[in-house]
Design a protein around this ligand. Structure first.
Ligand code: ZN
Length: 234
C-alpha cells in the first residue's frame, strides 16, 4: 500500500469513483470539498452520504477513510461568475467554452488542497478531471495538471503529485472502473448517492441516477450509463 492521498470530493459520479480508487490504493485517504457559491447546495449535501456509503463497501476501505474538510472559497466564486455560480443560462460563450466554465477552477482547488495536504503530511492529490468527455475546459487537461504539479512541488518544497485516474476514460469506462473497484455495491452507491445534475434536481430518478435529465451533465451521465450497460464502452 502507498501512504496517503487527499481526494477532491464534489460528490459527483467522477469524484465518487476517485474516492473508491484512492481507498483501494492508499493506506490513508482524506477528502476535501469546496464551497464556491454554487447555485445549488445539493452537490455539497451529497458529499457526506457519498463518503458514508462508499467506505463500508470493503472493510479495508472503512479503516482507511480519514477526515473531511470543506473550504469556503465563495469570494473566488463571485469573481469567477458563470452559469454554475450565477444566474446566467447554460449556453456556449463566444470563445467556444460553455458558460458552465468557471475560469481556472481546478487550479484554485488544487492550490488550496495542496496546502491542506501539506499540513496533513500527504503528498498525493486525487481529482476526477477528465479530458475525454468534457467540453474542452483547459484546466481539466493533463498538460495543465502536469504544470500545476510542478508548480506545487516547487512552491511547497515537497513533492506534490496530482493523480487523475479518469483522465482518459469515457463516462462509460468510468462506470466500468467503479464496477471493477467495488462491484455492484459501488455502482449502486454512485447511482443513489452521487449528484451530477447542473440543475440540482433530486426529484427525478432515472436508471442512471437522479437529475433533471435535460442538462449537459445529465445527458453525459445518461449516455455513459447506457453505453456501459450495453457493454460497448465508447
Ligand atoms: Zn440535469
Amino acid at each position: 500500500m502507498l501512504p496517503g492521498a487527499l481526494v477532491l470530493l464534489s460528490a459527483g459520479q467522477d469524484s465518487a469513483t476517485c474516492l473508491a480508487w484512492a481507498l483501494s490504493r492508499y493506506e490513508r485517504v482524506e477528502t476535501i470539498g469546496f464551497f464556491y457559491g454554487q447555485r445549488h447546495a445539493v452537490e455539497m449535501s451529497r458529499r457526506g452520504p457519498v463518503r458514508d456509503a462508499v467506505a463500508p463497501i470493503r472493510p479495508d476501505w472503512s479503516a482507511r477513510l480519514g477526515g473531511d474538510l470543506v473550504v469556503d472559497i465563495s469570494g473566488y466564486g463571485a469573481l469567477a461568475e458563470s452559469a454554475l455560480t450565477g444566474d446566467r443560462a447554460i449556453e456556449m460563450a463566444r470563445n467556444g467554452l460553455p458558460s458552465t466554465f468557471v475560469p481556472g477552477r481546478n487550479l484554485v482547488f488544487l492550490a488550496v488542497a495542496a496546502a491542506h495536504a501539506y499540513r496533513l503530511g500527504v503528498g498525493v492529490l486525487v481529482g476526477g478531471m477528465c479530458e475525454t468527455d468534457y467540453s474542452g475546459y483547459p484546466d481539466c487537461r493533463r498538460d495543465t495538471l502536469d504544470a500545476m504539479q510542478t508548480a506545487l512541488t516547487l512552491g511547497l518544497g515537497e513533492t506534490m503529485q496530482v493523480k487523475t485516474p479518469l483522465m482518459h476514460l469515457s463516462k462509460a469506462q468510468t462506470w466500468a472502473l467503479a464496477h471493477d473497484l467495488g462491484g455492484d455495491a459501488l455502482v449502486d452507491v454512485i447511482l443513489e448517492q452521487s449528484h451530477t445534475c447542473y440543475e440540482g434536481d433530486r426529484r427525478h430518478r432515472h436508471d442512471w441516477g437522479y437529475g433533471c435529465g435535460a442538462c449537459p451533465a445529465c445527458a453525459l451521465r445518461a449516455k455513459g450509463w447506457a453505453q456501459w450497460r450495453e457493454g460497448r464502452p465508447a
